[in-house]
Ligand binder design. Structure first.
Ligand SMILES: *Cc1c(COP(=O)(O)O)cnc(C)c1O
Length: 240
C-alpha cells in the first residue's frame, strides 16, 4: 500500500469507528480530501488511491488543478473564503461551494454558472463560534439568506457548513456542531430540502460525526501537515 493509500485507509477507519459509536451508517458520511497547497501529482496519487472528491481554498489553485487533471472525473469543492472577483473561476471549475455567507456572492455564482452544466451545489457557511470567528453568516441571519439562495436558478442549496474556532475542548466543539445541526433542522422545518452538514476536519471529525456530519473535510490526516501550518506552529518563515 502506498503511504497515501494507507492514510486514506486510516481516515476511513476513523470515520467507520465514529459512525459505529454514533449508531450511524458510515456510508452516509462522505470523505472530502482537502488538497489545498498540494501539488497536482499529490492529487493524482490520491486519485489512484480511489479518491474522487477534493476540497480547495484558493480559486486560482483549483483552476490550475482542475485543468491539469481534466477528464479524470474528479469533483472539486470550493471551501475557502470567496471574493467577488473570483466567483467566475469557481463557477466554472467547481461542482460544490461550501463557503457561501453573502447573497451577493451567491447571486454572482448563479449568474456565472454555465446553463449546460448541473447547478452548483452549495452550502451556507455559518459562524457557530460567535465573536471567536469572523467568517460565516450569523445564526440569526441564516433564514432569509437560505430562502434567497434556494431561489437562485443555477444553484442548488444542499446544506450548512461550519469551521469552529480551534479548541481542544471536545464538549465546546460538540456544542458548535450541535448548533449547526439544529439550524439545519430549523431550516428543514421551514420547508428547505437540505441533506448536507459539512463539518469536521482532521482533528475533530469524530465529534462532528457524533452530531450528524454528512461531509467531513480532511486535509492533514491524508496529505500531512501543510507548510503554512508548520510555519505557524514553529514560528519559522514560509519561503515564497
Ligand atoms: C484546510 C481546511 C480543512 C482541512 O483541515 P485539516 O485540519 O488539514 O484536516 C477543512 N476545511 C476547511 C474550510 C479548510 O480550510
Amino acid at each position: 500500500m502506498t503511504p497515501i493509500a494507507a492514510a486514506f485507509h486510516a481516515v476511513r477507519a476513523r470515520i467507520a469507528a465514529a459512525a459505529r459509536v454514533a449508531g450511524r451508517d458510515a456510508a452516509a458520511i462522505h470523505l472530502l480530501a482537502v488538497s489545498k497547497t498540494c501539488s497536482a501529482s499529490e492529487v493524482r496519487a490520491a486519485f489512484e488511491a480511489g479518491q474522487r472528491t477534493f476540497g480547495e481554498n484558493y480559486a486560482n489553485e483549483v483552476a490550475d488543478k482542475a485543468a491539469s487533471l481534466a477528464g479524470s472525473g474528479l469533483e472539486w469543492h470550493f471551501i475557502g473564503p470567496l471574493q467577488g472577483n473570483k466567483t467566475r473561476i469557481v463557477a466554472e471549475c467547481c461542482d460544490w461551494v461550501h463557503s457561501i455567507d453573502r447573497l451577493k456572492i451567491a447571486e454572482r455564482l448563479s449568474m456565472q454558472r454555465d446553463a449546460d452544466r448541473l447547478p452548483l451545489q452549495v452550502c451556507l457557511q455559518v459562524n457557530v463560534s460567535g465573536e471567536a470567528s469572523k467568517s460565516g453568516v450569523s445564526p440569526g441571519e441564516i433564514l432569509p439568506l437560505a430562502h434567497a439562495v434556494a431561489a437562485l436558478p443555477r444553484l442548488c442549496l444542499r446544506g450548512l457548513m461550519c469551521i469552529p474556532e480551534p479548541s481542544e475542548d471536545q464538549s465546546l466543539l460538540r456544542s458548535r456542531f450541535a448548533l449547526l445541526r439544529q439550524l439545519s433542522e430549523r431550516l428543514q422545518a421551514e420547508g428547505l430540502a437540505l441533506d448536507t452538514l459539512s463539518m469536521g476536519m482532521s482533528h475533530d471529525l469524530e465529534v462532528a460525526i457524533a452530531e450528524g456530519a454528512t461531509i467531513v473535510r480532511v486535509g492533514t490526516a491524508i496529505f500531512g501537515e501543510r507548510e503554512e501550518t508548520r510555519a505557524a506552529r514553529t514560528g519559522e518563515a514560509v519561503l515564497p
